[in-house]
Ligand binder design. Sequence first.
Ligand SMILES: C[S@@+](CC[C@H](N)C(=O)[O-])C[C@H]1O[C@@H](n2cnc3c(N)ncnc32)[C@H](O)[C@@H]1O
Ligand SMILES: [Zn+2]
Length: 194
Amino acid sequence: MSQSEGKAKGGKSGKRAKESLLIKKLKQLWARGQSELCEVQGSRIHGRGVYATQAIPAGTKIIEYVGERIDKQESERRAWAQHDKAKKHGDAAVYIFTLDDKWDIDGDLPWNTARLINHSCEPNCEAWIEGRRIFIHSLRDIAAGEELTFDYAFDVECYEDHPCLCGRNSCVGYIVGRDQWPRLKEILADAKRG
Ligand SMILES: C[S@@+](CC[C@H](N)C(=O)[O-])C[C@H]1O[C@@H](n2cnc3c(N)ncnc32)[C@H](O)[C@@H]1O
Ligand SMILES: [Zn+2]
């Protein structure tokens, strides 16, 4: 074998090794966004949702909310871009999750199953931040086939943009964080009085 043939072969196998490493990394990344405890199905609340595939005890770490860690400036830019894109489809889906004062997670990735979890005024799950990662935990025992939900904790300021269709008896009518319900109820009572 000549030297040039040897180089050509080495080059090709090097490329193949890089490709298989990349595929391995992508598979690992994809796997981080999946869980055998839940799956995506059409939702009664909105569009697609995430449902328990088996009974899940309270306090279980169900799935990671995976995404790209971005700073607040980039987060603001992407949030508006996602908002504008969603509005074109008559929607309001934004996949930015607050991590801390400096960083957010952009979960707008097809393998991030948790991005499809809908909001409920009586949620059965909660998002927990662990270091730089976000996980969805069950707040109570969840039956197989139940839709997973958490409190999006949206600000009361823009409540009118986010009507809630969770269908729970305690539904306040809008996707607003529970801690801001007293203010929302005041606003709604004022509006009713005229
Ligand atoms: C991150 S997406 C959740 C997945 C969404 N169901 C889908 O199919 O893309 C968030 C969007 O889902 C909708 N959504 C989530 N929870 C809702 C609820 N309780 N009532 C009405 N719409 C809801 C809103 O349009 C919200 O902006
Ligand atoms: Zn509701």
